[in-house]
Design a protein around this ligand. Sequence first.
Ligand code: ADP
Length: 418
Amino acid sequence: MTVLGCIADDFTGATDLAGLLARSGVKVNLHMGVPDAPPSDTAAFEVIALKCRTEPASVAVAECLRALDWLRAAGAARFFWKYCSTFDSTADGNIGPVAEALMDRLGTEQTIYCPAFPENGRAIFMGNLFVGEQPLAESPMKDHPLTPMRDSNLMRLLEPQVTRLVGLANRLVVEKGADALRDRLAELRADGVMHVVVDAVSNDDLYVISEACRDMVLLTGGSAVAMALPELYLEDGTLKTDSPKMETPSLAEGAIVLSGSCSAMTRAQVAAYLEQADGLRLDPLDLARNGADAATAWLEKQPVDSAKIIYATAEPSSVKAAQEKLGVAKAGQLVEDALAALAVKARELGVRRFVVAGGETSGAVTKALGVTQLTIGAEIAPGVPWCFATSAGQDIALTLKSGNFGAESFFADALAKL
Ligand code: ADP
């Protein structure tokens, strides 16, 4: 049943990939971590979200192999290893080791590396990755706290991570079309080149790459190179036209926005939504002193179907002040714990639609709601779909938005879309 099994190295990346695959209207399942139970009720596209980007390579490899085994048990014969479109990896990064371990287990000889996402300003030319107009190593990614990227050349980044040869299929080949790219890959394979970086600067390039590589047992890249796969698989019959479709469960009206992200875009989104919704601001200092009882009492007083938002979202100066008093980790934890507990309270009060802002916040909320598997629904903004799940036996909808995603009207747009 499962046509493509996907493994993603972080949660919002998995949602992004799942959302792009779901554009086809075909059912996509998203799992938080490798499920304990064997596969059942599988979809054409199964995505497993791991949190292994910055794990030591040996740990990442072990987790990814476990995910691979589960996806094979689900029936998948083709696989996708999804990492960030800025090729985020540490000095002894694990993009290469994971790819090589997956190839070994699958007994496949060659794979491609294509983190390009032209719509989001990520392009690869002559093996060099660009963020907008800047080479990766001159972009803000050079100062990332966990995965600083100090080289823009993907071959040079990959070489120390793998044991076999690394090569390039450049834009001049891709431009000639799928047959030319297939020929180039065969030529490289004959020379023993197993890891091939592929240039792409536009969606057309990505389409050529998908067409040329759709039968590879393992593909690796950002989410965008997987975008055309559902259409191609439908065309050649790999994906049956009667595959289970995306379904929207009927849900009660009650909705809530929970925001723990302090990014610039989220601050604008909270301000915009407060013009039409009742809001409660959480202050970490107050939470440290008095706990979250006052917030719970506020939530209990709100009509279940009213527009409401609970947010810790604050200006950098206020975040800094709380962090100085409490410590960065403690301030964050207090907010995450409070929002997670309030999500559970909201569900108990009958709320079934949850809009959550913040990557870490999303993790805390889904965990508290006991959500381990999601089905992907309509896309609200590029890379941010609605997801459906059950929590304590109830059908719920969740959208999990990381910091800078979405337009200013995102919260209202999300709820209108459902
Ligand atoms: P983003 O996706 O924007 O990075 P995250 O939820 O991943 O958002 O991270 C935001 C972090 O900031 C969370 O740990 C959250 O608990 C914390 N936080 C939120 N509001 C505040 C605040 N007012 N003061 C201090 N920390 C905060």
